[in-house]
Design a protein around this ligand. Structure first.
Ligand code: GAL
Length: 415
């Protein structure tokens, strides 16, 4: 009687109507690392949708951009037999987890996914011929965010080449503006470094970071990449050690710094702060990367739950919701990304998202659509981690570019 009374009250309040008691009782534990202002708003859309469907959302948020800390927490949970219902996993890591036999397929809600996803991305959501992951959105990594007022003081034109970039940075410096806001974690170093690799052309990027081709990794051009990174570092402030990415974004939002190299989750921060692209800030492709697109697709995988053979109703509801057109739109509007589901209207999105969408279509056709190494899309963990160590060591010491390149070639062989 008491239970029915509670259900009745919830129904009257617009919650949990028309769902069975079994569903109402299921709580879905969700592990993710979306804890910045924009990220929290975006994941909040999923939480609200699930709550409306009668599920209890158990938030397992592990702070730390790009998810290194979240991945450590996840391993501990799974080893101790307490796997969450769903976790934020992407790229080749999806296959890794699937090969451990701990994931459940979600095919029953993925009937129309194949025709609604770009083939490159549809493939990543599979293991052994089954869908085991649900994709949220597409983030473009190779962006440069620029404070509009700072840019106006530095000539007003977003740089499209490295010489133009350094000219703008010098002008900002001369105007008393900190040219670059940079955070201080290995993944942020790697994000900048892969941007510079990409500026050598998508073909060079693919050979270096997808094929791990030794000749490309040890080329003079790669030495030049490290030289450029070193030069860019000359425009960082002294306080970057340990700084989170969103605090660096806040420096650009508040006009304390002129520019930030960051994927478009940074746009979620601008949006959350009420800033508008075009008038408050500019989004530009990283110099030399206009025709290329480093993609980063977030997804959830679903862990087998105690006493269950297949995906639970809550897990299936999560997967179904994530790929629904309405959710795809609302999530990306908050997250700074674009919907991964094809055919979702871009009408409500800002100019930066529209540019991201248009550039994505061009890059897919021209071969410029490449997976981000820094965001777990290009290589398994071991090789990506070893390369990241090389880049971070270089950026936090006085190592010369030639010895960094030698270390890079060695790191790429890590299995
Ligand atoms: C990326 C992730 C994004 C964003 C960013 C910073 O790896 O794909 O969704 O949240 O980390 O945390």
């Amino acid at each position: 009687m008491k239970f029915r009374a509670i259900m009745g009250a919830l129904c009257a309040a617009g919650l949990m109507c028309g769902v069975s008691a079994v569903q109402a009782a299921e709580s879905v534990e969700v592990l993710h690392w979306w804890t910045s202002g924009g990220e929290s708003k975006a994941v909040g859309v999923l939480k609200d949708d699930m709550t409306k469907q009668g599920y209890t959302w158990k938030d397992f948020a592990v702070a730390g951009g790009a998810g290194a800390a979240a991945m450590t927490a996840l391993k501990t949970q799974v080893i101790s037999g307490n796997a969450p219902s769903a976790a934020q996993i992407k790229g080749p890591l999806i296959q890794d987890w699937a090969s451990q036999g701990v994931l459940v397929p979600i095919d029953s809600v993925a009937g129309d996914w194949k025709k609604n996803l770009p083939p490159e991305i549809d493939k990543i959501m599979h293991a052994d011929g089954h869908y085991v992951a649900a994709p949220f959105s597409v983030h473009r990594v190779n962006w440069l965010y620029i404070n509009k007022a700072a840019l106006d003081k530095a000539g007003g034109k977003a740089p499209t080449t490295w010489p133009e970039f350094f000219a703008v940075a010098d002008k900002m410096k001369a105007a008393g503006i900190q040219p670059i806001a940079m955070g201080g974690q290995p993944w942020q170093d790697l994000t900048l470094w892969e941007d510079v690799v990409l500026s050598q052309g998508a073909g060079f990027y693919k050979k270096a970071l997808v094929d791990l081709d030794e000749k490309t990794l040890t080329s003079d051009q790669m030495v030049g990449v490290f030289d450029t990174v070193r030069k860019i570092q000359g425009y960082f402030d002294a306080g970057r050690t340990g700084r989170d990415w969103n605090l660096a974004t806040a420096m650009v939002i508040n006009g304390k710094a002129g520019m930030q190299f960051m994927g478009d989750w940074a746009k979620g921060e601008f949006a959350n702060a009420g800033k508008k692209s075009g008038s408050d800030y500019i989004c530009a492709a990283v110099p030399g990367t206009e025709k290329s697109y480093t993609f980063n697709v977030d997804s959830f995988v679903f862990f087998q739950q105690k006493g269950q053979k297949a995906a639970t109703p809550g897990q299936l509801a999560l997967a179904k919701t994530i790929m629904s057109p309405d959710f795809q739109e609302q999530f990306s509007l908050n997250k700074g990304s674009i919907p991964v589901r094809l055919g979702v209207s871009m009408a409500k999105f800002d100019d930066c998202a529209k540019k991201s969408y248009a550039d994505e279509q061009v890059a897919i056709k021209s071969g410029g659509y490449v997976p981000s190494l820094a965001h777990g899309m290009a290589q398994p963990d071991a090789a990506a981690g070893a390369i990241s160590d090389v880049v971070t060591k270089f950026m936090n010491s006085q190592q010369d570019s030639k010895s960094a390149v030698a270390a890079l070639a060695k790191a790429a062989k890590t299995k």
